[in-house]
Design a protein around this ligand. Structure first.
Ligand code: ACM
Length: 546
């Protein structure tokens, strides 16, 4: 070959490499997060436009259709019309339990003239639509009103067969240490749904604030939802970490707001797990109702690991159980989910040591030590939950000593993965939330410039992605936690959550063998972040800073 022929050859080769893949009949379909179990490219593309019609043979597709319509209305300024008779065109929603065997699973088949969506439940239809929307231009996710209207949406042909690895795919938001508005909570839930997460764990009470209206105990929010100068909460609970010293911080959710958020989450296939943290982490409740929750004859003094003094509900007093039963009664009336989280974490050493009421209880019940007292407390609370037809979720500390919880209850392992595996070996249901991988309150990397906590190791997005939950059938799922001590505003919350939630979603949804960091990193850095960007999410870049 002459020199000029050789350079023409290389020029041609370069042009071929640079051409977009759909020109070869292969579509760019590798954009979905979490990665589907199976995804086959097709030929050509479907053009969604005002004339597109949809057909459905089931009410189970309603939420999914409403979600697609909401985004089309916002970003295309039209709604798709429904047709009563199935034609060989448009978008078809088919209830097909014979073909789709797994709950929350779906099949999404896209060809030039037709999109076929098959599922067996509401979640399956919803996730099919989420995948469909991720295949569209990212502007479909825009949330704010804009003049830019896109009329037609090109969707690459492909066939996706998908279902989740875990039934429990959770994300926790702590609304106690810093309060988040209902608008932000809704955004948080919506963004979870976009990534097929389905359990919103709402940490509603802690030392620093009680954030849920309880009609029978109005002081919980009147007194317990306010911290700062002039409030009843002690200085150890304020100022907010890295926040101003002289500012009162307050906020709570009314029962009407909560009901609205429950409906909002349900429409996105998300169950809400409310947490009422007890018997520790309860300073806000205790300052509101000291006589009901603390033994006046207890002259002991102790501090929690967070340095909050005497923050533990007394398990020797009947008034504690009456109070908690009344609270749980209202909580179970608000949240339809089968589980309620009752905390159980970090009861300070020395709590109750000098309480005559606890000594009396120990004698009466034959309880030998603080662990046994705690197990007695949770056995009683479990009875209350059983009466309300609810199961308990609790942090791993409730497994100390001989637990008396029901077999159907769920334990959250947070101290380490090893702790979670040990619980699974004891044949207890466990959700994996180990701090080293899934605490998103921690810094991404150790640096003074980075927001976030430093009490554990840094948690990079790559570290989260590397988490292997384990294979025991007692491991029911995974969850990440966004504790809010350092979350002074929504921007910091967003930054710590994203893109780590992208990695979490894949850990929770995608089969272990299908996950490869390098490939995820590319997808997350491009399409993953693009979808966050159009929503105005203040994310951190995926690529780890060296
Ligand atoms: C916890 O981090 N105290 C559950």
């Amino acid at each position: 070959m002459t020199k000029s022929k050789l350079s023409t050859f290389f020029l041609l080769l370069f042009v071929l490499i640079m051409l977009p893949p759909h020109l070869f009949g292969q579509n760019s379909i590798n954009v979905i997060i979490p990665k589907p179990q199976k995804n086959f490219p097709g030929k050509g593309k479907f053009l969604l436009a005002k004339q597109t019609r949809y057909f459905s043979n089931t009410d189970l597709s309603q939420n999914a259709i409403a979600y697609l319509q909401k985004h089309l209305k916002q970003n295309a300024k039209y709604l798709l019309r429904k047709v009563k008779v199935s034609k060989n065109k448009g978008i078809h929603f088919y209830y097909n339990p014979e073909k789709i065997k797994k709950s929350e699973g779906y099949r999404l088949h896209i060809e030039k003239e037709k999109i076929m969506i098959e599922a067996r439940d509401k979640a399956g239809f919803f996730y099919a639509v989420v995948s469909l929307m991720q295949l569209m231009d990212p502007s479909i996710w825009e949330q704010s009103v804009s003049d830019r209207v896109k009329k037609s949406w090109s969707i690459p042909s492909c066939t996706i067969e998908d279902h989740p690895r875990f039934k429990w795919r959770g994300m926790m938001l702590d609304a106690s240490r810093n309060f988040f508005s209902t608008e932000y909570v809704k955004k948080f839930i919506d963004r979870m749904a976009q990534h097929k997460l389905n359990r919103f764990h709402w940490h509603l009470t802690d030392d620093e604030g009680w954030r849920i209206e309880i009609k029978q105990y109005p002081l919980l929010t009147k007194t317990g939802a306010r911290r700062g100068p002039g409030t009843k909460l002690p200085f150890s609970t304020y100022p907010a970490m890295r926040g101003p010293k002289n500012k009162v911080q307050s906020g709570y959710y009314t029962q009407d707001e909560i009901r609205e958020i429950v409906v909002y989450a349900k429409a996105r296939s998300i169950e809400i797990l409310p947490e009422i943290d007890m018997p520790g982490h309860a300073k806000a409740a205790i300052v509101s109702y000291p006589k009901l929750l603390q033994d006046t004859k207890d002259k002991g003094h102790y501090r929690s690991v967070q340095k909050v003094s005497n923050n533990t509900i007394n398990p020797g007093m009947e008034s504690s159980y009456i109070f908690l039963e009344n609270v749980i009664s209202e909580v179970s009336g608000l949240f339809p989910f089968a589980y309620i989280h009752l905390g159980g974490d970090e009861v300070p050493k020395g709590a109750w040591k000098k309480s005559p009421a606890v000594h009396k209880l120990m004698k009466k019940e034959g309880l030998k030590n603080a662990k046994e007292v705690q197990n007695y407390f949770f056995a009683r609370l479990d009875n209350i939950l059983a009466k309300k037809k609810r199961k308990m979720v609790a942090w791993e500390e409730v497994m100390q000593g001989k637990t008396r919880l029901r077999q159907s209850d769920m334990i959250m392992a947070w101290k380490s993965q090893k702790a979670g595996i040990k619980i699974a070996k004891q044949r207890r249901n466990v959700i994996m939330a180990p701090v080293q991988y899934l605490y998103f309150d921690q810094q991404y990397i150790r640096s003074k410039k980075e927001p976030g906590h430093t009490w554990s190791t840094p948690v990079s997005t790559q570290k989260t992605y590397a988490f292997k939950p384990g294979n025991s059938s007692y491991i029911r799922g995974v969850q990440a936690c966004l504790w809010s001590e350092t979350l002074l505003n929504e921007k910091i919350a967003d930054y710590l959550a994203w893109p780590r939630i992208l990695a979490l979603s894949e850990v929770a949804w995608t089969g272990q063998k299908k996950r490869k960091w390098k490939e995820f990193q590319k997808r997350a850095s491009k399409e993953g972040l693009e979808r966050l960007k159009v929503q105005g999410i203040h994310y951190r870049d995926v690529v780890p800073v060296r």
